[in-house]
Design a protein around this ligand. Sequence first.
Ligand code: AMP
Length: 427
Amino acid sequence: MKSPFERLKINESLQTALSSIGFERPTDIQERVIPGIINGQDMIGQSQTGSGKTFAFLLPLMHRIDIKKDEVQAVITAPTRELAQQIYNEFLKISEHMPEDKQIRAKAIVGGTDRKRMAEKLKTVPQLVIGTPGRIKDLVNAQELVVFTANMLVVDEADQMLDMGFIEDVDLIASRMANELQMMVFSATVPEKLQPFLKKYMQNPKHVHVEPQHITAKDIKHVLIQTKHNDKLPTLIKTARNYNPYFAIIFANTKKAVDEIADAMSAEGMSVERLHGDIPPRTRKNIMKRVQKAEFQFLVATDLAARGIDIKGVSHIINYEFPKDLDFYVHRAGRTGRAGMSGICASLYEQTDQHSVQKLKEKKIVFHIEQYKNGEWVPVKPSKKSTGAKEQDGVYVPKPRKVKPGYKKKMDEQKKKLMKKKRRNIR
Ligand code: AMP
């Protein structure tokens, strides 16, 4: 039987490996970029995690790598260790199902692992390098890794690379690679600031844009939970308890907030771990492994975990606060509702968040305001009569309290009396 991957022109061993791991047909982005990459075209793939974008570049690269050549032929860079490791794992998933004589030698090169051991490992030259730009750059500079033989470079999550200041490192790696360089850039957004880099290395790139709704069946319910600023942490703990999720990621904007939340939840005896930039790499790796096995119920994280990382079985996202950059709301929400499952993205909401809610509404996100009552989540429908609440920006805000008639006049009279008294005392 013909494999649906056949028309993408990838070789037979890859097709067989794909059917062994149960991939029946290419995703949208794979369909649209694989033939071009096989033909050597520069490519900008605008799509998000969950779209199958990793295989969109891995498969054609694996197709093109010449197994007989003992040299680095392709480099894949990703902004975080977790993402690089994840790409490497996806590679292994396929590679394990390839016949032995077709197996490509790949190496994951990420910061945080012992530098000496890494250099030692590199004595057998990899054909494919997957890693973070900083560490790859270091090894290239130290001449422990030779990349001038490689003519294929993937920059994954390029917009995040830019945000995190890694684009210079990628630039340096690219400058050490073969002159005839084929560059593939994958990014959820293509900001203007990325253009100089793209123009420097790409010639008439093909730009493929896959709309987020094509990605996964985004069956996500967006919920707002009203709270007051001073009451946020208890509200969060109650919310987490009441959802009793299969697995939830709780997002906060700072490392400090992540620590506070995780400490508080832990003190409450909840099954919780944390992930942010100050957590040592080894612990981060370990947490990610335990996440995949669903060994705990809550992960409290900064936006480090919002991008790129594919965690299966995330039933709930809880935003302790709205991200400063609202694009991250979309990335955070995208961690749930994957692979056709439904998911809930709940956000604690206080008055000051109105602007964010309005902006997200403009992005066609529909919010449901809910509260937990008598053992279930129910919509908040403030009766206009009792509270005078009115809908504003998709959220009910209470009407300002009415001042009693004559109250102002009374206050003014009292003020005048006081002033008179004061003047008398001064004299
Ligand atoms: P990604 O967007 O690369 O993070 O991929 C999201 C998930 O989809 C990963 O778990 C992939 O293993 C999976 N995936 C990628 N391509 C396919 C495909 N053609 N069929 C089924 N699953 C896929």
